[in-house]
Ligand binder design. Sequence first.
Ligand SMILES: *[C@@H]1O[C@H](CO)[C@@H](O)[C@H](O)[C@H]1NC(C)=O
Ligand SMILES: *[C@@H]1O[C@H](CO)[C@@H](O)[C@H](O)[C@H]1NC(C)=O
Ligand SMILES: *[C@@H]1O[C@H](CO)[C@@H](O)[C@H](O)[C@H]1NC(C)=O
Ligand SMILES: *[C@@H]1O[C@H](CO)[C@@H](O)[C@H](O)[C@H]1NC(C)=O
Length: 374
Amino acid sequence: MESDSSKSNFCLLLFFLLVSTTMLPAMVSASLGINYGQIGDNLPAPEKAVPLVQSIGATKVRLYDANPLVLRAFAGTDIELTVEVGNEHLSEMSDPQKALDWVRSNVQEYLPATNITGIMVGNEVLTLYDSGLSNNLVAAMQTIHGALLTLGLDKQIKVTTSHSFNVMETSYPPSAGAFKQDLTGHITEILEFHNQTGSPFCVNIYPYFAYKANPEKIPLAYVVFEPNSGFVDPNTSVKYDNMFFGQIDAVYSALSLLGFEEVSVCVAETGWPSKGDADEAGATIDNAAKYNGNLMKMNIEVDVYIFALFNENRKPGPTSERNFGLFKPDTSPVYFVGDTTNKLNTTDEASASLSAIKRFRLILFLCLASTALL
Ligand SMILES: *[C@@H]1O[C@H](CO)[C@@H](O)[C@H](O)[C@H]1NC(C)=O
Ligand SMILES: *[C@@H]1O[C@H](CO)[C@@H](O)[C@H](O)[C@H]1NC(C)=O
Ligand SMILES: *[C@@H]1O[C@H](CO)[C@@H](O)[C@H](O)[C@H]1NC(C)=O
Ligand SMILES: *[C@@H]1O[C@H](CO)[C@@H](O)[C@H](O)[C@H]1NC(C)=O
């Protein structure tokens, strides 16, 4: 009897301590990143992009290639760069010599003046359902990492790949997050790679697309980080007041389900279009300014890269696709996102509920462990 009650008291105390820490602003504030896409025929010279990146307080830039002009433009700045091995190069990268050549000429060549700290191997490969590409993905990540090891660069440069949110089978409620069954084999191999090399699992997260598909059901305030009543995950009792954090926690749940709690998550792309076609609900300047502006003022525990630096006029698809940029090609801002270098002193539950799933699991674990101890 007595031992039982001391056990439950101990659990209650733990619960109180851990839950109360979720009320504090996130302890670790990851820095802001921005995606520098270049599918446009009217974009400014890369030298003009540098002060724009600095003006929004971003300290990380991701490229979709390893454009020498861009890499040279960022030399001597304190901005970290991530370069990409395009999907079209994946099959040749399974040859270690080709991977070594690629890293030498696209990465090592620019160090240390340009601070390249990441290599993306492939973009949204798994959801293209091209078995040739998918089968080459992990091998390419491994040979690129092997090349970094050979060159003594593996500590300073992390290798990863980016995934569409469509790798998820379930994302609601966040605690039920799970990957699509038919992708689990490949994802497990990728997670083994991340677990071994300490690199993050990167996902593209766009609450905009969920809203666009279901504007009557999903409250706009909930997706653009404005005050709203939020939603409580019935499994964990964690309250979410924005979809973005819910989707990140869904990814954490999916990782956990495969046994990879220790692998960290990164958001390789997120953003909101300032313009869209008549059937693209929510694609307005006002919403884009709210989404990106609010996001940029938050302290978030994971690395987040906003999509994108510029509007890109040659992107195919609906009008929204060409209007994700924070800046126009003439370098004027599409809208004002505010001074993001002065972070909000946020104490809202939202930013704190990030990876609340992890804390919830920790509580369970400690309570179970205490049963053994007490
Ligand atoms: C590159 O960025 C990393 C991570 O922020 C930092 O530790 C390192 O000092 C930077 N290297 C250079 C040469 O600036
Ligand atoms: C709780 O999570 C499990 C998976 O972890 C899921 O199957 C179940 O539907 C969730 N329950 C509720 C009430 O959401
Ligand atoms: C992750 O790596 C650690 C250290 O190498 C290992 O002990 C653990 O089993 C790995 N986890 C999984 C799920 O493979
Ligand atoms: C945050 O708090 C600091 C110190 O209390 C203060 O100097 C700063 O102006 C605050 N920032 C905002 C955006 O309120």
